[in-house]
Design a protein around this ligand. Structure first.
Ligand code: 5AD
Ligand code: SF4
Length: 440
């Protein structure tokens, strides 16, 4: 059998898409041991920031050289770069055989077949009435206990810095029955934790009459026997409903963790980003979450150096970080993206200034994150075992709040997927350390 290799960049949505592509290819391909040895190479690309796109293009450069040595290799570019730059790839990269956008991945086997018959293919249609197919996940491959479940694709928000509406199109939700069938299938196969994926999960269902709200979907999935933990990503602060906040308090399976990208602490910048909330409104939502679950873990994304961001705007972001005290934050220097309106905004912030602001922010956020982790010392937490820990005899796993815990087991034969109680003894920069406590 020919072999296939998939390299994935970008978000969890891309990771899930890569699993789907792997499953589709598995009918006629074995998994290749390395990219160099594969007969089919798929590069699943991301274009969210300039850096992400550069990584994809540098890998494509490597593939060009492989293709010169082995012309029979089928090279596939998938994902958001494919969607956005399909035409340019076709004209400038003759060694790429197939370009396939996020909505078209289900046609991958057919496109690869055609490429073998020396037809170059570009499949980048984006239809607003696209129905996301259900392909029940293959339980023999992928993580045995935790999985991603895509509940919707696309985005209707048009933040001015963001490329996603142009690469993944408008919001399309899967029918609740399809999501339920997939989750039941996963739970039946031993999966205990699911992460519901969408660019803006809070508006799940709003595009179709037969759907329920996101909160109702969570309540329904929590009833599936075997499912112990439910997470989701990403939610937009403007759509974080009281109904969803109530789920955190009332649905034990919903993990006390939310990733809630704030992007900036300055109202002026937020307005120019088209985020449709103010810093005060964001803080109010954080307060509502903490009222529902006082120790909820809140993580965020921040952009520094958005066009026109002044020293004062940046100071407002720093104040917001100090006020919320996020458990974690991903922070980025603003970069222009093709089609995104902010790329045409004047008063761009100088690169050195962006670098400086990013360093200031990251230093402060690291201190806050470590202080947050220290709050767990002395506490007993529930950990889902994932595998071996650092050092001999150690195990590791994650808390419901998604923190990594390395711990000393109380007994031998601890298996991944098991839930254990761990007493936390120490906070490290990005993880916790502790000892299992025997159930009494
Ligand atoms: N420049 C920098 N960061 C960006 N992000 C999205 N678009 C850009 C851009 N043009 C960040 C946002 C988003 C995260 C996934 O990537 O913070 O939440
Ligand atoms: Fe990257 Fe956004 Fe596409 Fe995910 S949806 S791969 S983050 S551009």
């Amino acid at each position: 059998m020919p072999t296939a290799y998939i390299e994935t960049f970008g978000c969890q949505m891309n990771e899930r898409d890569s699993e789907i592509m792997a499953q589709l290819l598995a009918a006629e391909h074995e998994v290749a041991g390395s990219l160099e040895a594969a007969d089919v190479v798929v590069v699943n690309t991301c274009t969210i920031r300039e850096k992400a796109e550069q990584k994809a293009f540098s890998l494509l450069g490597r593939l060009r050289r492989i293709k010169e040595r082995r012309p029979e290799v089928v090279v596939v570019v998938a994902g958001c770069v494919a969607q956005q730059q399909g035409g340019a790839i076709r004209s400038r990269m003759p060694y790429v055989d197939v370009v396939v956008g996020p909505q078209e991945i289900y046609r991958l086997p057919e496109l690869v077949d055609q490429a073998r018959r020396r037809q170059r293919r570009v499949a980048t249609e984006l239809r607003p009435d696209f129905a996301i197919p259900t392909l029940l996940p293959d339980l023999r491959r992928g993580h045995p206990h935790k999985r991603f479940v895509t509940i919707m694709q696309g985005c209707n928000n048009f933040c001015t810095y963001c490329v996603v509406p142009y690469t993944r199109g408008r919001e399309i939700s899967r029918p609740p029955a399809d999501v339920l069938a997939e989750v039941r299938h996963l739970a039946g196969g031993g999966v205990r934790e699911i992460t519901l994926l969408g660019q803006n999960v809070n508006s799940y269902g709003q595009d179709r009459e037969d759907a329920c709200s996101f909160a109702a979907l969570i309540r329904m999935l929590a009833e599936v026997p075997g499912i112990r933990r439910i997470r989701f990503t990403t939610s937009h602060p403007k759509d974080l409903s009281d109904e969803l906040v109530a789920c955190f308090a009332e649905v034990p399976e919903l993990c006390p963790h939310i990733h809630l990208p704030v992007q900036s602490g300055s109202d002026r910048v937020l307005a120019r980003m088209n985020r449709k909330y103010t810093a005060a409104r964001y803080l109010e939502r954080v307060a509502a979450l903490r009222q529902a679950v006082p120790d909820i873990v809140i993580t965020t994304d921040v952009i520094v150096g958005f066009p026109g961001e002044t020293e004062e705007d940046f100071a407002a972001t720093m104040r917001l970080l100090d006020e919320v005290r996020f458990h974690g934050a991903f922070s980025f220097k603003y970069s222009d993206r093709p089609n995104a309106p902010a790329s045409r905004f004047a008063d761009k912030v100088a690169e050195e200034e962006k670098t400086r602001r990013l360093a200031v922010l990251q230093k402060r956020q690291e201190e806050i994150a470590l202080a947050r982790l220290r709050e767990y010392v002395g506490q007993q937490v529930e950990v889902m075992v994932e595998g071996e820990g650092r050092g001999p005899g150690q195990a590791s796993g994650r808390t419901a709040g998604n923190q990594i815990v390395n711990f000393t087991p109380d007994r031998s034969g601890l298996r991944p997927g098991e839930f254990v109680s761990v007493r936390i003894e120490e906070a490290c920069p990005h993880s916790l350390r502790g000892k299992e406590v025997s159930p009494s």
